[in-house]
Design a protein around this ligand. Structure first.
Ligand code: PHE
Length: 461
């Protein structure tokens, strides 16, 4: 209600009171055709002008009314009377009578004999009589009929004129201005009392995007599991770290083949046997996966001055792909990547780690499907069961890095590197019930969605 609407209503209330001794606010609401809550609000604002204008006395009353079931009985008769009415003169089988619904409320299921007959030809229905005359119910009737009648407490205000009653309200000052101070007017002016119960205005502030909320949850879980965060502050990588270091061949439409790639014999691999070109590896690109970061980090791990030490790394950051856009794909998205380098680690360790990671995310059921990837062998797609959607969803890829990748880095023989990549958008869309990726990222994002989005809580345990 605007302040001019309130002052119009306070005026109507005072005008009404002018002509009567006293009036109950509920009655007044009816008379003026205004919601009771609004009347109560307007009375409060009249009271702000001082105690002596209006006398206001809170009153509580109880009044009887029918419950939903009571209304049904008042219309169709009591359940008992209805059972009686369903018994024909020749009698009815107990089971048939019970099947008629209402009877089960009144009849003991074990009633014998199996045939139910009328003993009298007609009955009175005292329950119905009582309900039709609510005002005559005694306190004990009210208790007895507690399913049929209820007695809510009704609160209202009894209004009457105070010793300084008047129909016009002076406008109360709300702000103390410099003019009031310099003119001395402030000494005379009636001020509106300060409302210490008013809710403060919510200050404008920044809000975290759902993807960032999801990212901090993932990050927390990785840190709990002892992973260190990799530096991912460069979107641009030379093709070398993005492809070549990961043993991805250069026979890609965007790459030319000229030079010969001399593979280190120590890997025992014959490589792809194609012409490898340095210039192709030097081309800059927007990284297509965070595995480029893993590759560079592994190289740093292998060339540490104090020698190799087992390590676990993660990163959650942006990657870019030049692909067709649709409801679930954009040209950029986030990957959640994990890498573990340790001596004699196996596929079992990879499965166990992924199970633990997902368990901390609140997902217990995982399935793995063998797949192909140029840099991992064996490789597994990761599927998780989403109980809300009741389906298996592909959530990422994983595997053990090939020796063709690990040995040229300089990692000691016997060290295995387990790795996986997940999407951040997918779990965020599921968690926040967003069906179209352009509602989550890009120019069509509703900032209100970002502002109102709940915090992200995954089941850490
Ligand atoms: N880089 C892969 C992708 O972009 C994910 C992956 C990471 C797979 C590490 C295996 C190991 O889908």
């Amino acid at each position: 209600m605007s302040s001019s609407e309130t002052s119009e209503l306070t005026e109507r209330i005072l005008k009404y009171l002018e002509g009567v001794e006293q009036v109950d606010s509920l009655r007044l609401a009816e008379e003026l055709g205004i919601e009771h809550q609004l009347i109560v609000g307007a009375v409060k604002s009249i009271q702000a002008h001082g105690e002596r204008l209006l006398h206001v006395e809170p009153v509580t009353r109880k009044s009887l009314e029918l419950t939903e079931e009571g209304q049904e009985v008042a219309q169709n008769g009591s359940h008992e009377a209805n059972v009686f009415a369903s018994v024909p003169e020749e009698g009815i089988k107990r089971t048939d009578l019970l099947a008629s619904g209402g009877a089960s409320v009144c009849l003991d299921r074990s009633v014998e004999p199996p045939l139910v007959r009328r003993k009298v030809s007609a009955i009175r229905d005292p329950v119905l009589d009582h309900l039709l005359q609510l005002s005559e119910l005694s306190a004990s009737d009210v208790v007895e009929f507690k399913r049929l009648v209820q007695e809510p407490t009704i609160e209202s205000l009894l209004l009457s004129k105070g010793p300084e009653f008047g129909t016009a309200l002076a406008k109360l000052a709300t702000d103390l201005t410099m003019d009031m101070l310099t003119s001395g007017e402030w000494e005379e002016l009636p001020f509106k009392p300060y409302n210490f119960d008013a809710l403060g205005a919510v200050p404008a502030r920044g809000h975290l995007h759902p993807l960032l909320k999801m990212r901090s949850e993932f990050r927390q879980i990785f840190l709990e599991m002892g992973f260190a965060e990799m530096a991912t502050n460069n979107y641009v990588e030379p093709s070398f770290w993005n492809f070549d270091s990961l043993f991805q061949p250069q026979q890609h439409p965007a790459r030319d083949a000229h030079d010969t790639f001399y593979v280190k014999q120590s890997t025992g691999s014959r490589g792809y046997g194609y012409n490898w070109q340095l210039i192709e590896a030097e081309k800059n690109l927007l990284r297509t996966h965070t595995t480029a970061v893993s590759a560079r980090t592994l190289y740093q791990l292998a060339t540490r001055p104090n020698g190799f030490k087992p390590a676990k790394f993660f990163t959650i950051d942006k990657v870019f792909r030049n692909e067709a856009l649709d409801a679930t794909h954009l040209a950029e998205f986030h990957q959640v990547e994990g890498v573990i380098a340790n001596v004699d680690f196996t596929l079992g360790d990879l499965i166990g780690t992924l199970q633990e990671l997902f368990r901390k995310l609140g997902i217990e059921e995982l399935q793995f499907k063998p797949t192909y990837s140029p840099y991992t062998e064996p490789s597994m797609e990761i599927y998780c069961y989403h109980s809300g959607l009741a389906e298996w969803l592909e959530v990422g890829n994983s595997g053990i890095f090939r020796p063709e990748l690990v040995l040229p880095m300089g990692l000691p023989p016997g060290v295995n590197v387990l790795a996986w990549g997940l999407s951040l958008e997918r779990p965020t869309m599921i968690k926040y019930g967003i069906n179209n990726i352009s509602d989550l990222v890009g120019p069509r994002v509703d900032l209100k969605m970002v502002e109102d989005g709940p915090i992200c809580r995954l089941d850490h345990n």
